[in-house]
Design a protein. Structure first.
Length: 159
């Protein structure tokens, strides 16, 4: 049986932090604020994987009240989620993700993001899609107050 999960994440842009998306440090004057490295792309994918098997959300498994996760790489968190999903009999099939950001331009970095995510997920590169969309100046994302990401993940499990 194939199960599908939907993930979403949003973090504010702040001064003094690197911008990490899909495990790639993207040149930017501001980065994302959060307890971990605040990689919204990795977080959205992890949320999608957890959702596919109804395993709760990232905050439940990696609470921001736990100092072990302060500044941690979100790819490390994603590795833990993959292990959790596979320990429950899940086999990842594919991931499709979109980053929503007014700036910086992400197109030059999308292939590297997909590559790093595929490696972390244990998937072939042709099973991980990463896209970027501009909010066209609309809302908090358009005002460059934050960056968001959404993802869909397919996971096969025994019936």
């Amino acid at each position: 049986m194939t199960r599908v999960g939907l993930g979403f994440d949003l973090h504010p842009l702040v001064d003094g932090r690197p911008l990490v998306l899909g495990g790639v440090t993207v040149p930017s004057a501001r980065g994302l604020g959060g307890h971990s490295d605040a990689d919204v792309l990795a977080h959205a994918i992890a949320e999608a994987l957890l959702g596919a098997l109804a395993l709760g959300d990232l905050g439940r498994h990696f609470p921001d009240s736990d100092s072990r996760y302060r500044g941690i790489s979100s790819l490390a968190l994603l590795q833990h989620v993959v292990a959790f999903v596979t320990s429950r009999g899940g086999r990842l099939v594919n991931v499709d993700a979109t980053v929503l950001a007014e700036a910086p331009r992400l197109a030059p970095h999308l292939d590297e993001m997909a590559k790093r995510l595929a490696e972390t997920l244990g998937l072939d590169a042709d099973r991980v899609s990463v896209k970027a969309k501009s909010p066209e100046g609309l809302g908090l994302l358009g005002r460059r107050e934050g960056i968001a990401a959404m993802a869909v993940a397919s996971v096969e499990v025994a019936a």
